[in-house]
Design a protein around this ligand. Sequence first.
Ligand code: NIG
Ligand code: FE
Length: 385
Amino acid sequence: MTSTVITHIGELTTNDPARGGPLGILEDAALVIEGDTVAWVGPAVDAPAADTYVDAGGRAVLPGFVDSHSHLVFAGDRAPEFAARMTGEPYAAGGIRTTVAATRAASDEQLVSHVARLVQEMLRQGTTTVEIKSGYGLTVHDETRSLAVARQFTDETTFLGAHVVPTGTDPAAYVDLVTGPMLDAAAPYARWIDVFCETGAFDVDQARTILAAGHAVGLRGRLHANQLGPGPGVRLAAELGLTAVDHCTYLSDEDVAALRDAGTIATLLPGVEFSTRQPYPDARRLLDSGVRVAIASDCNPGSCFTSSMALCIALAVREMRMSPAEAVRAATLGGAEALDRDDVGALVPGRRADLVLLEAPSHVHLAYRPGVPLVAGVWQRGRPV
Ligand code: NIG
Ligand code: FE
């Protein structure tokens, strides 16, 4: 097994609670990789020898971003819809159907190459773990192939047949399809099941039915909830004890208390509010209430076509009242927790050697220098990419 020592790290974000603070920061540090795993972390002066030596030159190193929410399997784009929004049109769930038509018309090869391009784009920007949903197929065939494509790139795949009711379909008949033949075909390719629980998509009773059907075949639940307005979705997520519920833009005090009591993570997607001109969720309120928070990109062609976790961190700091340290933690360990993963999201011995070298002395620069490509190097499973 080959080993690498990365030394002269000015600031190492470990996310190790034993080291204190939100980020478990170690200054003047070194990190040793053996194979695909972090083998040692400590002061640079104590670093053991290794086969390969990398000098970080005083720059910052942090865990690779864990993007726990994306919709990368699609064809076409909706730039005209975005432009219309920027001149006053509201965002509506129905736009999903435009992408469904383009996705159904695309070949498997086109979908694979499109996802490959986006995953590469993410990797270059420091995202080393990504969750990918289906949801632009909405037939048994197209949902299943969307998940089969996603599976080529990640183990974190999510069946989102319940994204929107396809045009010309009876909603009750569609829920029967999603919970029956579509689920049976899709389940072998999915770890999670998700529902867009929102006015214009699926109501809370439909969401409950769909998540129960997924649970019965071994899929774990997640929800899109309270994105476009207040609603019962977040409380359903808490009641079911889901690992995470995503968006959480409009929350009542009861919603916040339910999340805290259930330990369900609120995954915030500030790129969506940026790209839909909606108010940002108040992360400070959640954190101060004891709710755990993750940040993800929601990369998709409709509500938010960014793959940049750095942008999401900057928005979370500027618009959602998070400190830079809280935002970086939410985009790394927070994402890992939202996927119930204990092998990524932190740089401690035994975890996967997924890490980012910044062209900057500290994690603060991710928010302090918005829009600047600060990723100088990425290691995934111990290998430079
Ligand atoms: O997470 N909210 C539902 N789904 C996506 C948007 C889908 C689309 O507009 O194409 C989201 O925002
Ligand atoms: Fe989404």
